[in-house]
Ligand binder design. Structure first.
Ligand code: APR
Length: 311
């Protein structure tokens, strides 16, 4: 069987970390594409040098053209400008929109059957743009945001409760941004509901750390934004597609009536397998949770409208 191929567009911090995470898992051969000359080639060569000692044997190629991406099973879009301190994800809307549009036109040419995973911020709007511009079925294009936000939620819970992170099950839905919705009521530690284990103030702090996780990293780094957790989250989603895992993961999906939402893409639990989003799962949310999700989606709709993409 020919080896699977994953293209990562944008060989910056997130793209390169995602490529390396995939290589360590031996999930696929990887093509790194970037407009910056030498960057994807240099990072790919560096990763290939690591093969013998890190213990993986896949091919990683760096390029400034899309020809080597031909026939990719999955394309991950991380191309764009990273968020700088004090800059909101929404500030990036216009500039990254143009980048994502240009990437999609190339991807549609060389890998028309690929599953596309969008990472570029503002993620939810970029996912909708990528889907619209591609003309692909809606399940084939989705965004990586919820897996990362849920990982940060699980980390904060594990630290607050002093438990292994593997004992935490917690999900964040909604947009990848300040309006995200950490589902406190449905989070569990070893099967026990979160509110039974942590005090109200602790839960408040856990939610704060989850929502501000990305900004906390940005503030510490001074330049650039998070990349280890985003890279690992991308790799987990790519692997779910390649292995047709049918795992339930929070993903930014283009909705068609689920949760009463249509013509917008936002984070919801999805069954991820070969072909992308196989199913959007509708959780039994409380009125408050549903209102928070819809409020979060309304912000995404504004971005979609700002780009002139509304239905
Ligand atoms: N095509 C290909 N690559 C591009 C293009 C383009 N049109 N425009 C920019 N790039 C590349 C840049 O050259 C750079 O190498 O995208 C890369 C982005 O890398 P970083 O600046 O390191 O940004 P990173 O931290 O990886 O974040 C990438 O993911 O999480 C989001 O907000 C983040 O939108 C940002 C994206």
């Amino acid at each position: 069987m020919p080896r699977r191929k994953v293209t990562i567009v944008g060989a910056g911090q997130v793209g390169a970390t995602a490529a390396y995470s995939l290589a360590l898992r031996e999930a696929a051969d990887v093509v790194l594409v970037d407009v910056a000359e030498g960057i994807p080639q240099g990072k790919a060569l560096d990763m290939m040098h690591a093969r013998r000692v890190a213990g993986f044997d896949v091919r990683i190629v760096g390029t400034n053209s899309y020809e080597p991406c031909e026939g990719s099973d999955v394309v991950v879009i991380t191309a764009g400008l990273p968020r700088k301190p004090g800059m909101t994800r929404e500030d990036l809307l216009k500039v990254n929109g143009d980048i994502v549009r240009s990437v999609i036109s190339e991807v549609s040419r060389v890998a028309p059957t690929a599953v596309v995973i969008c990472v570029t911020n503002p993620l939810d709007v970029m996912t909708y743009l990528a889907w619209k511009a591609s003309g692909m079925p809606r399940g084939r294009v989705f965004g990586m945001g919820g897996v990362l936000d849920s990982a940060r939620f699980a980390h904060a819970i594990a630290e607050a409760a002093s438990v292994p992170v593997a004992d935490v099950d917690a999900m964040v839905i909604g947009a990848h941004g300040d309006t995200m919705v950490p589902l406190v009521r449905l989070a569990t530690i070893g099967g026990r509901p979160l509110p039974d284990v942590l005090a109200a103030e602790q839960i408040e702090e856990v939610v704060r750390r989850t929502v501000n996780g990305g900004a906390d990293v940005v503030a510490l780094l001074k330049s650039g934004s998070a990349f280890f957790a985003p890279g690992a989250s991308v790799a987990a989603m790519v692997e779910a597609v390649l292995s047709d895992a049918r795992r339930v993961m929070p993903a930014c999906a283009v909705l068609d009536g689920e949760y009463g939402l249509r013509g917008v893409s936002v984070g919801v639990p999805c069954v991820i397998g070969a072909g992308g989003v196989l199913e959007v799962q509708e959780l039994d949310l409380t009125e408050d949770e549903l209102a928070a999700l819809r409020g979060s989606a309304a912000g995404v709709s504004q971005g979609i409208a700002a780009l002139g993409l509304e239905e």
